[in-house]
Design a binder for this molecule. Structure first.
Ligand code: ZN
Length: 147
């Protein structure tokens, strides 16, 4: 779920996820006592990807989703554009899979006039080695579809 968070909240969420990951590694090693170092490392890598994917989502979505209390103005007719919903898309990065989220505004007067206010999220995603999947529209500055 997309929600702005303070830096302390974001850090606490990451530390909780890291603690859960370590606990899961302990549990995995309990049930695989004869695992080789390589097998243990493979399990750690799998869990790390999940934790880092979630951590990057918190880091990016927790700072800025483009949501504005004062709705943006339609560039075509000048009327306020009401918030429609959050659009999300998957980024499959080197460190993990991350779901990014962006506020989406639609002008009621102009058919098809939409807006994703720019922010750190789309800039960060635009610089990543991401691949996207699904369909449903395009985020600004991004080449792929928005899920
Ligand atoms: Zn308009």
């Amino acid at each position: 779920m997309t929600r702005l968070k303070s830096r302390a909240q974001r850090q606490a969420e990451f530390l909780e996820a890291a603690a859960r990951m370590y606990s899961q590694l302990e549990d995995w090693y309990d049930t695989h006592p004869d695992a080789s170092f390589g097998e243990l490392e493979a399990e750690a890598r799998r869990q790390r990807r999940a934790v880092m994917g979630q951590a990057l989502a918190v880091l990016i979505n927790g700072r800025d989703t483009g949501y504005q209390l004062d709705p943006p103005t339609c560039p075509q007719c000048g009327q306020a554009m009401p918030f429609e919903r959050y659009r999300t898309w998957q980024v499959h990065g080197l460190e993990g899979d991350t779901e990014l989220s962006r506020a989406y505004y639609v002008c009621r007067a102009c058919d098809g006039q939409t807006l994703f206010p720019p922010g750190s999220e789309t800039a960060a995603a635009g610089r990543s080695l991401e691949r996207r999947r699904g369909a449903g529209g395009d985020a600004p500055g991004l080449a792929g579809p928005v899920v």
